[in-house]
Ligand binder design. Sequence first.
Ligand code: NAG
Ligand code: NAG
Ligand code: NAG
Ligand code: NAG
Ligand code: NAG
Length: 475
Amino acid sequence: MLPKSSIVSTKLNSIERKCSSNTLHLPPFSFVPHVNRLWLLLFIVSLQITILFMARYLPLHHRRTHFPSPEPDPCSSGRIYVYNLPPVFNQELLDKCDELNPWSSSCEALSNGGLGRKATGLYGVVPQELIPAWYWTDQFAMEIIYHNRILNHECRTMEPDSATAFYIPFYAGLAVGKYLWSNYSLKDRDRYCEMILKWVQDQPYWNASGGWDHFMTMGRITWDFRRSKNEDWGSNCIYMPGMRNITRLLIERNPWDYFDVGVPYPSGFHPRSDSDIFQWQNFVRNRRRKTLFCFAGAPRGAVKNDFRGLLLSQCKNASGLCRAVNCAGTRCSNGSSVILETFLDSDFCLQPRGDSFTRRSIFDCMIAGSIPVFFWHRSAYLQYQWFLPSESKSYSVFIHRDEVKTGRSIKNVLESYSREEVKKMREKVIEYIPKLVYAKPEKGLESIKDAFDVAIDGVLKRNKEHEQPGYKWRR
Ligand SMILES: *[C@@H]1O[C@H](CO)[C@@H](O)[C@H](O)[C@H]1NC(C)=O
Ligand SMILES: *[C@@H]1O[C@H](CO)[C@@H](O)[C@H](O)[C@H]1NC(C)=O
Ligand SMILES: *[C@@H]1O[C@H](CO)[C@@H](O)[C@H](O)[C@H]1NC(C)=O
Ligand SMILES: *[C@@H]1O[C@H](CO)[C@@H](O)[C@H](O)[C@H]1NC(C)=O
Ligand SMILES: *[C@@H]1O[C@H](CO)[C@@H](O)[C@H](O)[C@H]1NC(C)=O
């Protein structure tokens, strides 16, 4: 179909052509007596006014009836059907938020639609107008955040027949949390997952694809769902046969499993509008940073040759150039302005692996406009491909852990970057901030795509790809 403007101008041209051919049939001025010339002129002018008038309305009328507006369809990648699960799989878990882990209640941490408690102590740390956009969000709250957003997604459909993707709003991470610890039985750890797979496989839309067009969120690291031997950690949820073809959004993926997709850990900044994002980007861009690098983490006292201990001692050795925050206990997971301030004040932040390969701290750091330094490829490069620049050197520094262990000075590596190079990397980090945050409004931001939007677009695109040759699952 022709674009709107060319249709209009084609119409106008044909009318003009008609107009000029009409005037050709009129006798030339020189042969007309002087008195009649004025009348002729008036006639021609009025004719042209009439034609112009028609020209204004004709194409508009045509456009309404024959040419639908060529606005791009926001759902061209497909629509999402959200299963209406029995409450035991989601709402009841939230209702029992004080029983989700063995130590303390999670009720406050999971309040506010998963964003958690409103942040305190940020006065003077972040611009005052942006304080209401900050929460002390729990790193495992992603299932609730995604569920709320998908329910309000513009491409959600109530008709399963028209869906490209089926979302299973099961809070897999919250359901398993408490059973990971103490001596719960294997059966306890696997119960919820067995229940949901039985439920979903009984649905008529499962059989059409064998699960290929289904997806779910699992708000913990993949290793909490991958027990292969009885004595190992976790549930065996992901190894259950029914899970085979389901796409899973996780805060840490197994890089060798196509069905695991890594998505950003929820962190504290939840912009309310596009303008919050722009303001924040400007704030971190213009921030005067006092230290070259920083490290927020807890050394493992008992572990010999602990890598984090090594980083901490390099940090201490660099004296004024490095700032360390001791995260022993839960000091860093509970939300704290000290961590945010440290990232805001540093050009680089060290991101070693923690108990697993990834850490929420990677996102806290980058959102603060600090450049991450990685020691393992699996910390980010093999995790969050939909959300980070494909060229890793453009926004981060990689120093192999073995070089650090054999005495390479992190300070020297970081000091070798010029001011210009640091500025360029930081600009890349800032450019990607929107893709690393979860917006506050349940409908998302006005025009900027946040981490949730990127994840859902990615799932829909995958499901379209599954319909191509090479992914033949349709029977
Ligand atoms: C472990 O299980 C035993 C037997 O079921 C029980 O007596 C004990 O209290 C449990 N220990 C913990 C730490 O839960
Ligand atoms: C799905 O397919 C399986 C195996 O072919 C069958 O046993 C089951 O009844 C089917 N379920 C539905 C809801 O059609
Ligand atoms: C997964 O998909 C394959 C086809 O690619 C199918 O044969 C298999 O039955 C599916 N698994 C389940 C649990 O439906
Ligand atoms: C810290 O500095 C001391 C003294 O210069 C040195 O002996 C030590 O090896 C350094 N430690 C690290 C981790 O670089
Ligand atoms: C975490 O936050 C809660 C709520 O304000 C507070 O009561 C608690 O002391 C905090 N815990 C730590 C370790 O800071």
